[in-house]
Design a protein around this ligand. Structure first.
Ligand SMILES: CC(C)(COP(=O)(O)OP(=O)(O)OC[C@H]1O[C@@H](n2cnc3c(N)ncnc32)[C@H](O)[C@@H]1OP(=O)(O)O)[C@@H](O)C(=O)NCCC(=O)NCCS
Length: 330
């Protein structure tokens, strides 16, 4: 049976570094509060009008170069984002235009922090079924233009950063392959992390009053998200490893979604997984949602922390709720 592999990766973050100290000039917060609660020291925010597809382009081009492919080889774009350039059409279409590949299928995947994992699973299925040969998988977010950068929104706005990651998925010709994916969603918890408006279920979708109340900014019940993550992620890790006949001892590196350093430390501790084999980069970038796993994975590869033959576990949880994991033989 045809299997698929990641042939190359890329990532891109904006140049503008926003420190916790800079945020404290706009809201009542402090480096100590943010770092102690989340592990974050700084994040990258775009300067001016830059959308998710613009951030994705350099990440995509780097991934294609690393995979020794060109845009002309791509036959499907999967674009994971919760911050698309426009409400519609999707950012995948816009990225296709930027890459100069008209006519190539493109779709956006709207599963927030697990967007990259849902996209990777879809890419794997498309390659394995023969429906696609070279899938460009993107996770890209511009959060900064949608945050309430004031004391009212401080619980959310200090956590999020902008960035993009990309992977090129093709048929495997050796031992490197995507082994398995486990994906979940539970919409009963949609309201613990959401942006309420503009909304098709409201008429009109957006009013000045709604904006005055800040209903167009993300709202989060941070404690509830935290609790779901530390309960669901260890169970998920045991499930995907168990059904593939592996144990945690077989896993070289765990690349978790970078939502909160405390969540990831607690998950590793609950699993009994060595902390030095967990990848963290939240201190530099904050939570970049769909971009967080591919950026962390690519950095770990570039730093030599992941080598050919390693068993790599990717896992995350976020708005939806959605949660998922992918098991990769590098
Ligand atoms: C958001 C989060 C860091 C908050 O941490 P916490 O330990 O629950 O917060 P605490 O209850 O200790 O503190 C809340 C207090 O800090 C205040 N506070 C909130 N944001 C603040 C900030 N940026 N700076 C300073 N104070 C802040 C609150 O107003 C509240 O004050 P009060 O007690 O006077 O009402 C934490 O819940 C979290 O990380 N949750 C998971 C979030 C997540 O992962 N989201 C993304 C999912 S993909």
């Amino acid at each position: 049976m045809t299997r698929s592999r990641i042939a190359g990766m890329g990532h891109f973050v904006p140049d503008r570094v926003v420190t916790n100290g800079e945020l404290s000039q706009h809201m009542e917060t402090s480096d100590e509060w943010i770092h102690q609660r989340s592990g974050i020291r700084e994040r990258r925010w775009v300067d001016g009008n830059v959308g998710a597809s613009e951030l994705a382009e350099p990440a995509a081009r780097s991934a294609l170069a690393e995979a020794e492919r060109t845009p002309a080889d791509v036959d499907l774009i999967l674009f994971a984002t919760l911050s698309p350039d426009l409400n519609f059409p999707g950012s995948g279409c816009l990225l296709g235009a930027r890459l100069g590949i008209p006519g190539i299928a493109a779709m956006d995947i709207r599963t927030q922090c697990t967007g990259f994992l849902y996209s990777l699973a879809t890419a794997d299925a498309m390659v394995r079924s023969g429906m696609a040969k070279c899938v460009l998988v993107i996770g890209s977010e511009v959060h900064s233009s949608g945050l309430d950068i004031s004391t009212r929104g401080r619980d959310v706005s200090v956590l999020f950063g902008d960035g993009a990651g990309a992977a090129v998925v093709v048929a495997s010709d050796d031992t490197s392959m995507l082994l398995d994916h486990e994906l979940h969603a539970d919409g009963r918890y949609a309201e613990i992390l959401m942006v309420e408006v503009p909304a098709s279920r409201l008429q009109p979708r957006l009013t000045k009053e709604m904006m005055d109340e800040g209903r167009h900014y993300p709202k989060m019940d941070g404690k509830a998200v935290f609790k779901h993550a530390v309960e669901k992620l260890p169970a998920l890790v045991h499930s995907i490893l168990g059904r593939n006949g592996y144990t945690l001892d077989d896993v070289a590196v765990l690349v978790p979604h970078q939502a909160n350093m405390r969540i990831n430390e607690l998950v590793a501790r609950n699993l009994g997984f060595p902390p030095e084999r967990v990848v963290h980069n939240i201190q530099k970038y904050g939570n970049t949602t769909a971009a967080s796993i591919p950026i962390a994975l690519h950095e770990a590869v570039l730093e030599g922390r992941i080598r050919k033959g390693d068993l790599v576990l990717l896992a995350g949880l976020g708005a939806g709720l959605t949660w998922g994991a992918s098991l990769v033989r590098w």
